[in-house]
Structure formats: structure tokens, C-alpha cells
Design a protein around this ligand. Structure first.
Ligand SMILES: Cc1ncc(COP(=O)(O)O)c(C=O)c1O
Length: 469
């Protein structure tokens, strides 16, 4: 688009930008007509915990973009390394034995940071293709060891493992299945370790034991010789921030070993300080056979994900075919040097204070969540580190939710935006939080002041009051 008089580029007005968006841009996971009616909230800039939209409205981002900008916005040192890498070498393929220094150093760094045994790294562009790569390599692995019948995958209800053709079937959220012919016949789900909605939710051991029992029962039903892997998030993010009791992941690791199946831990959200330590697996001393990473890996400053592969799997695949035969899995942008340089700098920031600040902010976060539990609309709060949620109910005693006609998520999304804070409003009346690790105590206080005001305004609505038990 050009200004015909001056020859200078003509920038569209804010309103025409929103109209152009309506006409041409398909947004992820939206109702097409719903988005046309809503219109885009166009973001223009960010600084620390704050975002500014094209109308100049400043809001506190309590969701780190999409649980990814763990270092916060406006980190100049990241901009500098990205610019320098772009200038020096903007692209290097990893095919045909080529490589680049940032990709090699980042693989080395991840292998050093990750749980023991996860020594090998395949870079992707995000989380979905990391999960998809895991499915491909697991399939390849069982063919390589002469167990081609081991192809069934088990995952958790409420789990999210991205949006690739196969990964979306491991995902257990209805929107990702409906109309997409998923899950596939080899994809199965067992009940989620959801303490608030578990019959023995107060008893951590019972919650852990029930997942282990469900996994054992599913493997028995399918036949252990047919099951390839169990796949889970350490804390379920997109299902509504479901936090299993401590010890759950360790019990799952032990069960997978007993059952002779591989364990894929999806740390796309939980990685890089989100739950406190560098990885959620660290908290439980668990080393999975595969681990998927993305989001906090580059803090959203450039697209990148990674699949970490255990040495025993790597060595088996390596020995399974003649050296001249390629393992046919690859992406043009695997190990992109600019993303890798960003990743190295982001990890440097985590190690130079941000992880520690995240722990401090996490304590303040937990304090506010405990306090807000008393609100008449709040049934449950849960968190680990800087990942947490508030679950709203219409009746605290029965834990009943709200009718879909009340559109709690839509109303809360509008109220919180008006009040100057971004949170994730799930359809099942859950409010998700994932503030950046740079969050200060006063910013955390402000987040909760604004969320609480939004809850009070929701409670003041006559039809919401009538819905309360
Ligand atoms: C646990 C988990 N796995 C995979 C993905 C997919 O990642 P991406 O959106 O980068 O493809 C996500 C995204 O939210 C996720 O939360």
C-alpha cells in the first residue's frame, strides 16, 4: 500500500487494520465468525510485564503472551544477539552435515541442563512439531528394535500436545478433535490427575495411585506388546492448569518402566523456570525418554522448539540401519541460527537472576491465590511456581460450574481487559495465570487487584448472582 501523493508507505488507520484482519487473517483456535464479530485487539509494543495496544492502552500481561515470554518484553540483550546473528549468518541448514555455532552450542547447553540421559536434541519451530517429531521417532524406534506392533499411544484427558495432525489427537480437548477425525485409533486417553474434581482429591496418594492404576488398566486392555508410550505434561496447562500432587510424575516414570513403555514428558509450558526449577522434571528427579520444549526456550522472541531424546533411544536408532541410510525426519528451519542465538541469551538471563526472581514472584503469587480463594465465586486455586489458576464455581459445596449460556469466559476476558490485565479465560470458568519471571512484587499485587475487581464486577451481574447456589 502506498500514498499516491507522497510515494511514502500509507499506514492503515487502526480501524482499517482491524477490518483487514477480519478479511484476511485466520487466528489460531477461534470461531471464524466469532472472531469477525469480536475483532482483533492489536498489540503494538511491550516492556517488562506491560503491553500497549495500537490505541495506547497499557495492560499488565499476566499470561506471558501465551505462557511463553518468561523473560518479559523488551530485553535488549536478546535483540542485540538476534540482530548480530542476522547480520553475520541469518540462516544455516542442518541438512547435508552443515551446522551453525549457535545451534550446536544450544544443543550442548540443553543437554547439560536437562535431566540425565537426555543427551540428544532435535530442534523444531515450536511445541507442536516437537511432539510430532517425538511420535515419528518413537514409531521409528519400535520398528528399529523389531517390535513394529508397539504403536499405541496413551495420554491424559485435558492434556494438550499441540495442533499437528497426530499431536492434536494426543491432545484431549474437544475443539481439537471435532471435525478433524481425531483421535486416531492408536491414540487413547486416561483420566487426568485433577485433585479438585477427584473423588479423593484431598488425598495426594489416592490421586497418584488412580493415574497409575488407570495407566496399568489401559496398557492391560491394549496389550503391553502393543503400547509404545505414555505422554503427559507435568502440569496440564491448556486443560485448565491442572496441578497433580508432588510425586505424581515420579510414580508415572516408575509405572512406564514396569510396563515396558516409553515416557514422553511435554514441558513446552513447564520448562524454563515456569514452575520454579529449570524443568518440572527436576522437581521429581525424573528423566523421561523424550522431552519436548518450546515457548520459554526462546521466550517467544523467535520461534523455536526442541525434542530431547534419551541416549539409549538415540543409540538404538543409530545402530539400527546402515550408516548410508538417512533417518528421514527434517525441517528447513531445524536449528535456525537466529532462534538458537536467542535461546542461548534467554537461558543466560534465566541463569543470571530471572529464575531466582521467578521463585520470589512465585511466593507472592501463591499468597494472592490463597487469599482470593475466599471470594464468593472461587471454588479452587492451584499453582506451582508461576503457573496457576483460579476455578470459578456457582456453588462452593457442590463444585457446580456455570451454564455455557452465561459465557463466563467471554465476560471475564472483557472485564479483565477493561481493567488492564491479561489472563487466560478458559471456557470451563478457569482463569489461567503465567506471569513472566521478571514480575515484581508490586506488579503481582496489581495483577490481583485488577483480577479481583473483575471478579467483583462479574459477581454484581444479576444473572450471575441468580446462578449462585
Ligand atoms: C504442553 C504443550 N505442548 C505442545 C504445545 C504446542 O506448542 P506450539 O503452539 O508452539 O506448537 C503447547 C502449546 O501451548 C503446549 O502447551
Amino acid at each position: 500500500m502506498e500514498n499516491v501523493l507522497s510515494g511514502a508507505p500509507a499506514f492503515p488507520s487502526n480501524q482499517s487494520l482491524i477490518d483487514i484482519d477480519r478479511r484476511h487473517l485466520i487466528h489460531p483456535v477461534t470461531s471464524f465468525r466469532g472472531h469477525e464479530a469480536h475483532g482483533a485487539r492489536v498489540l503494538a509494543s511491550g516492556d517488562g510485564m506491560w503491553l500497549t495496544d495500537i490505541d495506547g492502552k497499557r495492560v499488565l500481561d499476566a499470561f506471558a503472551g501465551l505462557w511463553c515470554v518468561n523473560v518479559g518484553y523488551g530485553q535488549e540483550s536478546i535483540v542485540a544477539v538476534a540482530a548480530e546473528q542476522m547480520r553475520r549468518l541469518p540462516y544455516a541448514t542442518g541438512y547435508f552435515h552443515f551446522g551453525s555455532e549457535p545451534a550446536i552450542l544450544l544443543a550442548d547447553k540443553l543437554a547439560a541442563l536437562a535431566p540425565a540421559g537426555l543427551d540428544h536434541v532435535y530442534f523444531t519451530l515450536g511445541g507442536s512439531d516437537a511432539v510430532d517429531s517425538a511420535i515419528r521417532y518413537i514409531t521409528h524406534y519400535f520398528n528399529a528394535i523389531g517390535k513394529p506392533e508397539k504403536k499405541q499411544f496413551i495420554a491424559l484427558e485435558w492434556g494438550y500436545h499441540g495442533s499437528s495432525s497426530n499431536g492434536a489427537g494426543l491432545t484431549a480437548l474437544a475443539n481439537f478433535h471435532r471435525g478433524f477425525d481425531l483421535p486416531r485409533p492408536w491414540q487413547h486417553h486416561i483420566a487426568s490427575p485433577y485433585p479438585y474434581r477427584h473423588p479423593d482429591g484431598q488425598d495426594d496418594c489416592a490421586v497418584v495411585a488412580s493415574t497409575v492404576a488407570a495407566l496399568e488398566a489401559k496398557v492391560a486392555e491394549l496389550g503391553a506388546d502393543n503400547v509404545a508410550a505414555f505422554c503427559c505434561e507435568p502440569i496440564q496447562g491448556s486443560g485448565g492448569v491442572i496441578v497433580p500432587p508432588r510425586g505424581w510424575l515420579k510414580a508415572i516414570r516408575a509405572a512406564c518402566d514396569r510396563l515396558g513403555i516409553l515416557l514422553l514428558v511435554d514441558e513446552v509450558i513447564t520448562g524454563f523456570g515456569r514452575t520454579g526449577p529449570m524443568f518440572a522434571c527436576d522437581d521429581e528427579g525424573v528423566s523421561p525418554d523424550f522431552m519436548t520444549l518450546a515457548k520459554g526456550l526462546t521466550s517467544g522472541y523467535a520461534p523455536m522448539g526442541a525434542l530431547l531424546m534419551a541416549d539409549h533411544v538415540y543409540q538404538t536408532i543409530a545402530d539400527s540401519a546402515p550408516a548410508a541410510l538417512a533417518v528421514g525426519h527434517g525441517f528447513t528451519y531445524s536449528g535456525h541460527p537466529v532462534s538458537a542465538a536467542v535461546g542461548l541469551e534467554v537461558i543466560r538471563l534465566y541463569e543470571n537472576g530471572l529464575l531466582d526472581n521467578g521463585l520470589r514472584a512465585g511466593a507472592r503469587f501463591a499468597h494472592h491465590l490463597a487469599r482470593i480463594r475466599e471470594h464468593p465465586l472461587v471454588g479452587d486455586t492451584r499453582e506451582r511456581g508461576l503457573l496457576g489458576a483460579i476455578e470459578l464455581v456457582s456453588d462452593k459445596r457442590t463444585k457446580a460450574g456455570f451454564g455455557a449460556d452465561l459465557d463466563i469466559a467471554g465476560r471475564l476476558s472483557a472485564l479483565t481487559w477493561e481493567n488492564g490485565v491479561i489472563v487466560r479465560c478458559f471456557a470451563n470458568a478457569v482463569i489461567g495465570f503465567a506471569p513472566a519471571l521478571c514480575c515484581s512484587e508490586s506488579e503481582m499485587d496489581l495483577i490481583f487487584e485488577r483480577v479481583e475487581r473483575s471478579l467483583d464486577q462479574l459477581l454484581d451481574m444479576p444473572d450471575i448472582r441468580r446462578a449462585l447456589g
